[in-house]
Ligand binder design. Structure first.
Ligand code: R5P
Length: 275
């Protein structure tokens, strides 16, 4: 078995290969002047683990070409960040269910698909061969020795944060939206008093950073001593990190499902345990 590093995930692919004592196949990526992508894979095996996150459109095309280059071999698709999962249903008539299209693509080539914290159960329901791993215990472990309280920015991520907080052995809560009157909505921690506390906001994805920026404003207004943020998938669109630091977030930490400078926590062992 060989590990094939997609253009989006070379560091994680190498970490997985090292964990499993496997070798990397040789991959070449080029772009033609018109923007078309060229992919070549050499030294592959009969069974290959392709590692490629789908955090932009180009990465989807590259993955498709990697699959084609591995024609006639058994392919396990490791997609650490499953892009397009937020469009997991048709919210309006005529909309594409994007993750369904991605699922069909992946499962037409791969014998198994492995991902980390896919955005929702609805998204996962479009796959039939999916293994969805949870990085929240690893995130929790990373913060074990730190005196923090964990906050989910909304109820949607509360269950995830609960898992991270259990691993970190710390208090946790979520931000709740309360309607005071017809004109006023107040957002505040549901149960915890954050005054004087070091707060860690935990979410699955940081994309534009808007969710964390808003949560940070509220927490600082409620007297939090400091605010840090952690996520599984550091998509970081549109200068998100700058926005987060400008808002007063003192540190942002992520896993390496999307490879960024803040990817201090690796999911390599977690993924390797499923291969
Ligand atoms: C929402 O459902 C997700 O859990 C994240 O909170 C969201 O995707 C973050 O996006 P952004 O960074 O653009 O606010």
């Amino acid at each position: 078995m060989k590990v094939v590093a997609g253009n989006a995930s070379p560091m994680l692919a190498l970490r997985i290969a090292k964990t499993l004592n496997l070798r990397l196949a040789k991959t070449t990526f080029k772009k033609f002047p018109d923007g078309e992508i060229y992919v070549k894979v050499e030294d592959f095996d009969d069974t290959n683990v392709v590692v490629q996150s789908l955090n932009c459109n180009e990465n989807v095309v590259s993955l498709m070409l990697l699959f084609d280059a591995l024609n006639d071999t058994e392919v396990v698709a490791v997609v650490p960040y499953m892009g397009y999962a937020r469009q997991d249903k048709a919210f309006e008539d005529g909309e594409a269910i994007s993750i369904r299209a991605i699922a069909r693509l992946l499962e037409s080539y791969a014998s198994k698909v492995v991902t980390v914290n896919i955005h929702s159960k609805d998204a996962a329901s479009h796959f039939s061969k999916l293994i969805d791993l949870d990085a929240m215990p690893i995130i929790g472990n990373y913060f074990k020795e730190q005196d923090v309280v964990m906050l989910s920015p909304d109820f949607g991520s509360y269950e995830r944060v609960k898992v991270a907080a259990k691993a970190a052995n710390c208090e946790f809560d979520y931000l709740e939206k309360r309607r005071i009157d017809a004109e006023t909505v107040e957002i505040a921690p549901k149960n915890l008093d954050v005054e004087g506390k070091d707060v860690l906001i935990v979410d699955d994805i940081i994309s534009t950073g808007g969710t964390i920026v808003e949560a940070t404003k509220i927490l600082l207004k409620n007297g939090a001593k400091s605010v840090k943020a952690a996520c599984v998938h550091a998509v970081l669109a549109n200068y998100a990190l700058n926005k987060l630091y400008n808002a007063g977030v003192t540190e942002v930490i992520a896993t390496d499902t999307v490879e960024r400078v803040i990817s201090k926590i690796s999911v390599a062992e977690l993924i390797s345990s499923e291969l």
